[in-house]
Design a binder for this molecule. Structure first.
Ligand code: COA
Length: 402
């Protein structure tokens, strides 16, 4: 190895390598939630100037799910999270971290992750939302795996959840046919057994940010109008970028892990457009049966697309314990990333007693949340009372602390 090669090797970013640590991050459970309401291409024909044939040929999508009015990114994410925790048989109180990857949070703050933390009663968990658009789930898995590998936490919950139907302009045929709603969650746990999340790469290029935009709703000036929030997209530029980075990202992560494409049992790509997946297959010189595709059923569900595809791949018998898989995605930002992992999840057999205990825990979590809210109100009353007494006596808070 030359001097330059040695330096390159030493300085090579290995943001996601598990190879130098004794602690490994394994996925131990997953859960998904898809709305029941189905919107078919034929339904869209009634709404905009489009056709089932055009949508299927250009995108591979036949139908997508739309969240009921009573649902939100939060409720879909919560139900997926509960299923994942139940399958993993991990208690919410053992979670050290909750990450919700989403571009459609209910609020900018509080984060959807904090709302989930409260409802789960995950009293030991840090919680935050992560915005890396359709690459969000891979970013989230990478962040959680890194925390586990460094020994900072033992268990993490990573959720990808979206209600894109709420930010799509339903009169814009070039975008509204593409997107759908859904949520998926993974529980990750520390283990001494080698495997789990092996390596990952995360990338970004903000110079392409204007190809896919949704404004935050924050006003441009202090007295201006709130900004329009619907999604705008330069489809052809996103397509060109995506076709390039899907195969590049896969090759890069495999190189980092010292693996060849033939070592991989299944590639789970972000489900944005069947033609983008086909172009990645050509780039990697792989047949299409090495890629899992379920875009026909859900369209592009952004951060939820990879966990939804994994759940379907397991259901279809395409993904089995001990398979080596690559997850690869791209999205707004621009962002892209890939992750290679051993899929070793053996579903825990269902136990009615455990389910009942878990349900009781969630009821207790709701009571705990109510009590905390009530306590805050009581505390505030006492505090206001104390404050007015101090003001009357002319003493400041600082003097009081002294
Ligand atoms: N139904 C019918 N016609 C449509 C249509 C629709 N839903 N949407 C666009 N068209 C028309 C266009 O107006 C255009 O008509 P024209 O030739 O008369 O101007 C024609 O179809 C071709 O449009 P074009 O944009 O060139 O189509 P395309 O082959 O590039 O496919 C996308 C469009 C959006 C499907 C494709 O570019 C794409 O998938 N891009 C990536 C988007 C993506 O993945 N976004 C999410 C990132 S996470």
């Amino acid at each position: 190895m030359s001097y330059i090669d040695t330096i390159n090797e030493q300085t090579r970013p290995r943001s996601g390598s598990a190879q130098n640590t004794g602690c490994f991050a394994h996925v131990v459970g997953w859960g998904v939630e898809v709305p029941e309401k189905v919107l078919t291409n034929f339904d869209l024909e009634e709404m905009v100037d489009t056709s089932d044939e055009w949508i299927r040929e250009r995108t591979g999508i036949s139908e997508r799910r739309i969240a009921e009015d009573r649902d939100s990114t939060f409720t879909l994410a919560l139900r997926a999270a509960r299923k994942a925790l139940s399958q993993a048989n991990v208690s919410p109180r053992d979670l050290g971290l909750i990450i919700v990857a989403t571009s459609t949070p209910v609020y900018l703050f509080p984060s959807t992750a904090c709302m989930i933390q409260d409802k789960l009663g995950a009293t030991q968990a840090g919680a935050f939302d992560l915005l890396a658009a359709c690459t969000g789930f891979i970013y989230g898995l990478g962040m959680a795996a890194a925390q586990i590998r460094t020994g900072m936490i033992e268990h993490a919950l990573v959720i990808g959840a979206e209600t894109l139907s709420r930010i799509v302009d339903w009169s814009d045929r070039s975008t509204c046919v593409l997107f759908g709603d859904g949520a998926g969650a993974f529980v990750l746990s520390a283990s001494d057994d080698p495997g789990g999340i092996i390596d990952y790469v995360l990338h970004s290029d903000g110079s392409g940010g204007d190809y896919l935009v949704v404004s935050s709703g924050v006003k441009q000036t202090w007295n201006g109008e709130p900004r329009r929030q619907s999604l705008t997209m330069n489809g052809q530029e996103v397509y060109r970028f995506a076709s390039r980075v899907m195969s590049q990202g896969t090759q890069e992560v495999l190189g980092m892990a010292g693996l060849k494409v033939d070592d991989i049992d299944l590639i789970i790509p972000h489900q944005a457009n069947i033609r983008i997946i086909k172009s990645a297959a050509r780039g990697l010189k792989l047949p299409m049966d090495r890629f899992y595709v379920n875009i026909d059923r859900y369209g592009n569900t952004s951060a939820a697309s990879i966990p939804l595809a994994i759940a379907d791949a397991v259901e279809d018998g395409r993904l089995k314990p001990n398979d080596k898989i690559v997850l690869v995605a791209f999205g707004a930002g621009l962002t892209w990333g890939a992750l290679v992992m051993d899929w070793a999840v053996e579903p825990t057999p269902r136990s009615h007693l455990r389910e009942a205990l878990r349900e009781s825990w969630y009821i207790l979590a709701s009571i705990r949340s109510l009590l905390r809210r009530l306590w805050r109100v009581i505390e505030a009353i006492f505090w206001r009372h104390d404050k007015s007494k101090h003001l009357e006596s002319g003493r400041s808070d600082d003097e009081d602390q002294e």
